[in-house]
Write a protein that binds this ligand. Structure first.
Ligand code: AMP
Length: 281
């Protein structure tokens, strides 16, 4: 397995793979890998001949008051996991490499980036689309795999890819959960014991939404009210949002019909957790 830090080296390596007629997959991550990331790598393996994993804690997707500095990092462990999974190359650039001094150019996917997580994190998706566009141009993969865990991110990346004519298949991978339902996340490492126990309310609220919808409740307002009450029953939980939106436009739904994305963001202390599920009626 190659570990590559430099943009030019990465380009040369992937160019050789393409010339050899191999199909290339990219799995972008911020590292501190868990089973969720590994499921993306395995899916990439199934769909491509060569798998590149990028590990980069992208500063532009963190606001100044967010957790960039304390975001968990363990490159040696990540490297070993990638090796175990048969990854062909890890792209591990420095922040200086990706954003040299006087860096000026950003990619913005309008509207979709302003709702849900974009409300409380207004510059977040601008950072995400910018780094992903850069990674696409450096690695030039045939396909890229993203987790449904970050549903809004996946929708935005698909839109950016179409709008900017990247010739790349965007593949969504299902959410991997802990035994008690909590969606795996590098940020779960921040939770203390009580917070970790109570964090299951995110998934429970999504299950509640599914039950309500399946039992014929079509009122988004009513379902949101019930989800909110359930989350608020956890004393340490502070809701950022509870939303039921259209899966394409991310606009709020009044009636639950067709495909609906149920999405929640909840703070436990300083830790912000997100989760979602698609209700398909
Ligand atoms: P991150 O390192 O958190 O930026 O995540 C990198 C990729 O892994 C993103 O496409 C995420 O959506 C995906 N991912 C993170 N957690 C999970 C999970 N629990 N299940 C599936 N995919 C995930």
């Amino acid at each position: 397995m190659k570990v590559i830090n430099d943009v030019r080296d990465m380009r040369r390596w992937t160019e050789r793979q393409r010339l050899a007629g191999r199909r290339l997959a990219l799995v972008p991550t911020m590292g501190y890998l868990h089973e969720g990331h590994l499921s993306l790598i395995r899916l990439a393996r199934q769909r491509a001949d060569v798998v590149v994993v990028s590990i980069f804690v992208n500063p532009t997707q963190f606001a100044p008051n967010e957790d960039l500095d304390r975001y968990p990092r363990d490159f040696e462990r990540d490297e070993a996991l990638c090796r175990q999974e048969g990854v062909d190359a890890v792209f591990y650039p420095s922040a200086q490499t990706m954003y040299p001094p006087h860096y000026k150019t950003y990619v913005i996917t309008e509207d979709l980036s302003r709702v849900l997580c974009g409300k409380s994190r207004p510059s977040h998706f601008r950072g995400v689309t910018t780094i992903v566009a850069k990674l696409f141009n450096i690695v030039r993969p045939h396909l890229a795999v993203f987790g449904q865990k970050d549903a809004q991110q996946l929708i935005i990346i698909k839109k950016m890819t179409a709008d900017l004519n990247f010739d790349i298949d965007i593949i969504g991978a299902p959410i991997v959960r802990e035994a008690d339902g909590l969606a795996m996340s590098s940020r779960n490492a921040y939770l203390n014991k009580e917070e970790r126990q109570q964090a299951t309310v995110l998934y429970k609220s999504l299950q509640l939404a599914r039950r309500e919808a399946e039992q014929g409740n079509r009122s988004a307002k009513d379902i949101k009210k019930k989800m909110t009450a359930l989350i608020e029953s956890a004393p340490l939980a502070r809701i950022d949002y509870v939303e039921l939106v259209d899966t394409q436009t991310l606009t709020a739904k009044e009636r639950i019909e067709g495909e609906t994305l149920a999405a929640v963001a909840v703070f436990f202390g300083k830790t912000r957790l997100i989760d979602n599920t698609v209700l398909n009626l």
